[in-house]
Design a binder for this molecule. Structure first.
Ligand code: SF4
Ligand code: SF4
Length: 92
């Protein structure tokens, strides 16, 4: 198990021109702009979990990136999309 960065779309202000995390991520082709959604997006298979993106995003007070645990096979252990799906399932 290891940690990777995940962008919280609702908090990301890339549509206003922010590219901080993309500029600072040391891994090539890891953090990039999703031009459809206009938010920063992490390539899970490339992320090394250094948290530099979290530091720069938080320093700019956007707080739009959080670290998430993934299994050794690269599957997210707790993804907000999955938990929302579970919640819906329990609502019957
Ligand atoms: S630094 Fe934060 S707000 Fe800026 S583009 Fe990256 S995730 Fe979005
Ligand atoms: S944790 Fe490091 S490698 Fe992963 S997206 Fe952020 S800056 Fe890039």
């Amino acid at each position: 198990m290891y940690n990777i960065a995940q962008v919280i779309d609702e908090k990301c202000v890339a549509k206003k021109g922010c590219r901080l995390c993309i500029m600072y991520c040391p891994e090539a082709n890891c953090l990039d702009l999703n031009v459809t959604k206009m938010v920063a997006e992490v390539n899970i298979s490339r992320c090394k979990g250094c948290e530099l993106c979290v530091v720069v995003c938080n320093a700019a007070k956007h707080n739009a990136i959080e670290m998430q645990a993934v299994t050794s096979s690269g599957t997210l252990m707790s993804h907000k999309g999955e938990s929302a799906g579970l919640g819906q399932a329990y609502q019957g």
